[in-house]
Ligand binder design. Structure first.
Ligand code: FAD
Length: 519
């Protein structure tokens, strides 16, 4: 085994380089697929980091498959070779903490599966589902389904992520309270396991693999196809933001709105619910809310904050879909709904946009940041699930406490979801409480602020632990066996059993260090 050389550029930037004399098994280059392997610097560097821009780890080779068969062939090769080669699927590379990294090994460039092909997204209008390649982006699923007036039930806020990448973590957004995460909305998968076997699985066929892979962090197999149910999609949406000056009223209204049992009509009416924290003018026009508030709205919001001598405001965000023929009716129902909520009077803001414009909203912000050269900066993001019973403690200790004024470096999301919309058989982990909040602290860092932000993230996790807040990390990353055991809790033994069954040599997705923590 080659020895990694770890070079520390700063105390935070740990770059792992590997001795250049490391050689891949020579038999690899004699196989049918060898022309799809690249070891040139440009290919290696293109997968060395991810959206987080916090780590850099250079693989030995990058594989550009043109079919699932190619992927099965490289994994079979690795599995039967005396010294297995680590293999990591990389979707769109939008992880934060090096989850797709594969020091010593092979990164599979999943998106090349769909290159120059039009047959990787197939909508069945009659059966109301789409068969989609694991490498496809959600934006392309949206465009394909929309041509038939259809859409999936559960999206992510940002659609330039691959289907395989989000199904490996969960896939959450403002539809999760109602339809569950994306992993609760899958009918069938084609998976290539860590032994190179191609398996079709669902709730009724190879059920253990299906449940393991969904939310399974790429540990059990590579998703090459997912069958996802479709429903009629509206033409347009009414998109509303409501301002709150205190967390108690804000969370009370959010929890009422997601309490589908109590408000049965709401469950079919609202298509989306999220919430965010607003600190100051810069954030009001952040990449997540680009172009929503007019200049005048922004001034009023800033004045409201000053008037109440607050460090932060909260806004609740809901969306209702409609077609033109029922627009008036929807307006009336929306008015009734708003009458019943306790936001600051006069501080409701609404827009009407197409369904596609709404779903693709984050991309506008991305384009602006790309143009300004501010998209490829470090992103020390922290995503947590916090039980409803402790959300006020979290607000006091973390949002108002640890983060203080440093919130302004990016959006902070706070929105609730229902546990009963998640499938406890799947690998994804959530808190053990009926309602819990998704918290996304999505900050961008300049180099001089990075260290402080990473330190604050550490303090947040310590605070939750000390205060006994039974949180779960969303898109977790731990470095020790204890960390992973604590994360998976009572599911740990099952997780290990299935890892041993489907990836017994620990070939897949080593960047998370789950298998190595077992040894
Ligand atoms: P990658 O980062 O390439 O891979 C992620 C993990 O999945 C890795 O462990 C990888 O090995 C594994 N993997 C990739 N492809 C496959 C496959 N085909 N089969 C098996 N395993 C695979 N998440 C949400 O839930 N909701 C959001 O609204 C949301 N918004 C985001 C916005 C931005 C700007 C960013 C950067 C991230 C966002 N995320 C969101 C997080 C995102 O869902 C995850 O980071 C996701 O894993 C990224 O998908 P990707 O295609 O980039 O995967």
């Amino acid at each position: 085994m080659p020895r990694p050389i770890t070079i520390s550029f700063t105390s935070l930037f740990i770059t792992t380089l590997f001795i250049s004399t490391f050689s891949l098994p020579q038999e690899l280059f004699a196989l049918d697929f060898s022309s799809k392997l690249r070891t040139d610097k440009q290919s290696l560097m293109s997968v060395a980091s991810d959206f987080g821009n916090l780590t850099e780890s250079i693989p030995a080779t990058v594989f550009y498959p043109s079919s699932p068969h190619d992927i099965a062939a490289v994994i079979s090769f690795s599995y039967t070779n005396s010294a297995p080669l680590f293999i990591s699927p990389r979707g769109h590379g939008h992880s934060i903490n090096g989850q797709t990294s594969c020091p010593d090994g092979m990164v599979i460039h999943m998106e090349s599966l769909g290159q120059d092909r039009t047959d990787r997204i197939n909508v069945s209008v009659a059966n109301r589902y789409v068969d989609v390649g694991g490498e496809q982006l959600w934006i392309d699923v949206l465009n394909a389904a929309r041509r038939h007036g259809l859409g999936v039930n559960s999206w992510t806020d940002y659609l330039y992520l691959t289907v395989g990448g989000t199904l490996s973590v969960g896939g959450i957004s403002g539809q999760t309270f109602q339809h569950g995460p994306q992993i609760s909305n899958v009918l069938e998968l084609d998976v290539i396991t860590g032994t190179g076997e191609q398996v079709t699985c669902s709730k009724t066929r190879n059920r253990d693999l299906f449940n393991a892979v969904l939310g399974g962090l790429g540990q059990f197999g590579i998703i090459t196809r997912a069958r996802i149910p479709l429903s009629p999609a509206p033409e347009k949406v009414k998109w509303v933001r409501l301002m709150y000056t205190d967390i108690v009223t804000f969370t009370r209204d959010q929890e009422r709105l997601i309490s589908v049992d109590e408000n049965e009509w709401l469950s079919g009416f609202l298509n989306y619910l999220e919430g965010s924290l607003l600190l100051e003018q810069g954030l009001i026009d952040s990449w997540r809310s680009s172009s929503f508030f007019s200049k005048n709205d922004t001034e009023r919001i800033v004045q409201l904050t000053a008037k109440h001598r607050l460090t932060a405001l909260y806004y609740l965000e809901v969306v209702v879909g409609y077609d033109e023929d029922i627009a008036t009716e929807v307006d009336q129902e929306l008015d009734l709904l708003l009458d019943d909520l306790s936001f600051v009077p006069g501080f409701a803001f609404a827009q009407e946009v197409t369904y596609v414009e709404f779903l693709d909203r984050v991309h506008d912000g991305e384009v602006k940041l790309q143009e300004a050269g501010q998209w490829q900066v470090p992103h020390p993001w922290l995503n947590l699930f916090v039980p409803k019973s402790r959300i006020l403690d979290f607000d006091a200790g973390v949002l108002k406490g640890i983060l203080g004024k440093d919130k302004a470096m990016g959006p902070i999301l706070i929105y609730p979801m229902n546990k009963n919309k998640w499938d406890s058989e799947m690998s994804a982990m959530i808190p053990d409480e009926e309602v819990f909040y998704a918290i996304g602290i999505l900050r961008s860092a300049t180099r001089d602020k990075l260290e402080k932000m990473v330190d604050q993230n550490k303090k947040i996790l310590e605070f939750c632990t000390i205060e006994g807040i039974a949180f779960k990390q969303y898109m977790p990353h731990y470095r020790t066996k204890e960390g992973w055991m604590k994360h998976f809790g009572s599911k740990w033994d099952k997780f290990v059993e299935l890892k041993m069954k489907y990836d017994p040599k620990g070939i897949l997705a080593p960047g998370l260090k789950i298998y190595t923590s077992l040894l």
